[in-house]
Design a protein around this ligand. Structure first.
Ligand SMILES: NC(=O)C1=CN([C@@H]2O[C@H](COP(=O)(O)OP(=O)(O)OC[C@H]3O[C@@H](n4cnc5c(N)ncnc54)[C@H](OP(=O)(O)O)[C@@H]3O)[C@@H](O)[C@H]2O)C=CC1
Ligand SMILES: CC(C)(CO)C(=O)C(=O)O
Length: 331
């Protein structure tokens, strides 16, 4: 595939950041997004920044903005960047509008999105993908990446890997995306804690009681994954089984260990915090819910994951943004 036309299906934080980098590198990019996002980009262009000092302005003329799903008709490659709850609806739009040979790549959190896309798009190439870094939308076309890491997509389509590898987006591949996605999910178990705390990721991870809660969720997840025979991939230099141990270290030691594994700037917050603040449904069922469901299949209980899921459900129902809980509130 030479010069594929790329449609970002559901461009919000991740879609605008990734789509913006692709457009800046000269790729043919359409952002299929809501009018509120399109208006910000039309008026201000895209302003992409990162903790590494990226400061890139991409004029609105460098890409196509669309709010009508018919824009999918132009796609050779569709990047799905909606929240998990909207995956099936987006799959149906892709089925209705995109050419039958267009490839589809999920860049979403959670373990089930590529399978959900495949179920709705049985005759199309669908690949799983994983974005390790955090992006926060600051309004008026501004998107900030606040943590480090390289995206991973399923191996087997070098043309797609090439098309997606541009400056500031060094895409890697894996033949075992289930392991990659479970590895990411172990990290994403913090999304809910971050959202419930109302703190930035930096502030929250400096507090040992929050880290102990994350470690407890990860221990539960790792024990059911071991029973299921799934070996999650490590997102950084630390072996995955050591994550809970490192999280439980006293804060100065944790800081030393964490520095070599991931970089987080002072603005970063989890996407679930953003969901609560915007009164949108969260991805709790695809994250803690996936651990609870897997445990249930083996007759196990994962009480910490269950409690955290319940607290997020309550916060969603209250519709008042982050409840600013303390770790002790989740015991
Ligand atoms: N943000 C982050 O830092 C990270 C996010 N991820 C994952 O990436 C995925 C996307 O997250 P994120 O970018 O934060 O989510 P966002 O909510 O910011 O972006 C998704 C966008 O898609 C829009 N959308 C949904 N349906 C349609 C449609 N039919 N047509 C046009 N637009 C549509 C949504 O609008 P509306 O809200 O109005 O429905 C929203 O603006 C999630 O799975 C998330 O977990 C992964 C790594 C980091
Ligand atoms: C912050 C990060 C990168 C990990 O928790 C994330 O995946 C998210 O916010 O959804």
């Amino acid at each position: 595939m030479s010069e594929p036309r790329i449609v970002v299906a559901g461009a919000g934080s991740i879609g605008c950041y990734v789509g913006g980098l692709l457009a800046a590198a000269g790729r043919h990019v359409t952002l299929l997004c809501r009018e509120r996002i399109a208006a910000g980009i039309r008026d201000h262009g895209l302003h992409l920044t990162s903790l590494d000092g990226l400061d890139l302005h991409v004029g609105a003329g460098a890409l196509t903005l669309a709010t009508d799903p018919q824009a999918l008709a132009t796609a050779d490659l569709v990047l799905v960047t909606v929240k998990s709850g909207a995956t099936r609806e987006m799959a149906r739009l892709i089925a209705a509008h995109a050419p039958s040979e267009a490839a589809v790549v999920s860049l979403q959190n959670g373990i089930g999105n590529a399978a959900a896309l495949r179920a709705e798009l049985p005759h199309r190439p669908v690949l799983a993908g994983m974005i390790p870094f955090n992006v926060v939308h600051a309004g008026e076309g501004r998107f900030h990446r606040g943590t480090s890491g390289a995206p991973v997509i399923e191996a087997g389509r070098p043309d797609l890997t090439r098309a997606l590898s541009v400056p500031h987006l060094a895409v890697e591949t894996s033949a075992d995306m289930a392991a990659v996605l479970w590895g990411k999910l172990l990290i994403n178990l913090n999304n809910a804690l971050n959202a419930l705390s109302g703190l930035t990721l930096h502030e929250q991870l400096q507090q040992r009681p929050w880290r102990k809660l994350l470690a407890a969720q990860q221990r539960e997840a790792l024990s059911v994954l071991a029973i299921a025979g799934t070996k999650p991939w490590s997102m950084g230099p630390l072996p995955v089984r050591l994550l809970p141990w490192v999280l439980r270290l006293p804060t100065p030691l944790f800081r030393m260990m964490a520095r070599s594994a991931v970089r987080i700037d002072r603005r970063a917050r989890s996407s679930m915090w953003e969901d609560l603040e915007r009164r949108r449904p969260t991805e709790i069922d695809e994250l803690q819910g996936a651990v609870v469901d897997l445990a249930a299949r083996f007759g196990r209980d994962v009480p910490v994951n269950r409690r955290v899921r319940e607290a997020i459900k309550q916060a969603e129902a209250a519709g008042a943004g982050s409840p600013h809980l303390r770790p002790v509130d989740l015991r």
